[in-house]
Design a protein around this ligand. Structure first.
Ligand code: TXA
Ligand code: MG
Length: 332
């Protein structure tokens, strides 16, 4: 069972972040296999974006309920420009934030290599040039666009280390390239540039303030906490869900709950928490984002029925953190 294109690999290999591991990962991807790899945001589940059969394996491995469009990852801006049509705002955003945690949805260039299935049949294409050195090296070696959603089972918490990937996908994918913890910890910001005012589809690792500074105006788009009105295909309300129920903006803790803290404050009743973790004792949104998904997994492992979360301010990366927590708390 060493056929890399096989839907169910016998075992998932953990590849070292060295030249040999990168070479293996690129070869598996070129042969139509699925390889998870680190980006600066979260681990992606990669497949050759030009190969519809390989892309179909992503949906099978993740148990994705439907064919949501995927982000095509490119090694540099020039490669991304070859796949899409960039208007002036798109060009400025690409120049300012690539490589980095920003995804641009733009009209697909006629003849783009990104297959219809990866685009879910849409006339647009989502493009991203990640900043992680391993991701860039891997994309260089593959030599074409790599489609990659977050490397978790559909609807689950996104992975920020190789062990998270294996917990969800072992036996379902060919390999994971182990690059340790991902530094940003929440997914890329998704901005659609399809003519007119750019639209923020998903808050993420590039802050609204940073976008505004480059554009000179506020992008259209969802307010923080607007979790039940999906702004883009695949932006389901319930998402990033741990097993436990999630309760937000608590002022007091109920018995038996696990407690998720931010900053120095403690809610009433904190002493009765069955488990307590702090995203950032110093109240730093960047530290909190980098720890968010790992801490959710750890609190889930405590066995508590409910994870209670103290209020987290919406400024900077706080907007993305609040967005992910609102989805984790949404009715399932
Ligand atoms: O940080 C990230 O963005 C990670 C890493 C691996 O790059 N990837 C990621 O992919 O989060 P995924 O598939 O979990 O989320 C991609 C989002 C989805 O919400 C999808 O609906 C949206 O981007 N998207 C993709 N193509 C689109 C399109 N043509 N129009 C509108 N939204 C699109
Ligand atoms: Mg995801």
């Amino acid at each position: 069972m060493n056929d890399p294109g096989s839907t169910v690999p016998a075992a998932t290999r953990r590849l070292a972040p060295d030249a040999a591991g990168l070479g293996e990962a690129a070869a598996l991807l070129r042969a139509g296999g699925l390889v998870a790899f680190p980006t600066e945001t979260v681990y992606g589940l990669g497949a050759d974006a030009t190969d519809a059969r390989a892309v179909a394996r992503i949906f099978a491995a993740k148990d994705r309920p439907r064919f949501n469009p995927l982000i095509a990852h490119l090694p540099d801006t020039a490669a991304a420009l070859a796949e899409g049509l960039f208007d002036d705002p798109a060009r400025r955003l690409a120049e300012a934030f690539w490589p980095g945690p920003l995804t641009l949805v733009v009209p697909a260039r006629p003849g783009t290599g990104v297959c219809d299935l990866a685009r879910a049949g849409l006339p647009s294409v989502a493009l991203r040039v990640p900043a992680h050195p391993l991701a860039r090296d891997l994309l260089d070696r593959v030599g074409g666009p790599v489609a990659a959603p977050s490397a978790n089972r559909s609807g689950r918490v996104s992975p920020t280390r190789a062990d998270h990937v294996l917990a969800d996908l072992a036996g379902r994918i060919a390999a994971v390239l182990d690059g340790g913890d991902t530094p940003v910890g929440v997914e890329s910001t998704v901005v659609a540039c399809l003519g007119g005012t750019p639209r923020l589809l998903r808050p993420g690792g590039t802050t609204r303030a940073a976008l505004r500074a480059v554009l000179g105006f506020e992008p259209d788009g969802p307010a923080a906490d607007d979790a039940d009105r999906p702004a883009g295909p695949g932006l389901l309300a319930s998402h990033y869900a741990p097993r436990a129920r999630v309760r937000l903006d608590i002022v007091s803790l109920e018995p038996g709950e696990a407690l998720l803290l931010f900053g120095a404050g403690q809610p009433e009743g904190h002493a009765r928490a069955c488990a307590t973790l702090n995203l950032s004792p110093a109240g730093d949104p960047a530290e909190a984002a980098s720890r968010l998904f790992g801490v959710l997994r750890d609190l889930d492992a405590s066995g508590a029925a409910t994870i209670a979360v103290v209020p987290i301010p919406a400024d900077g990366l706080g907007e993305a953190i609040r967005d992910r927590l609102a989805r984790a708390a949404a009715p399932r």
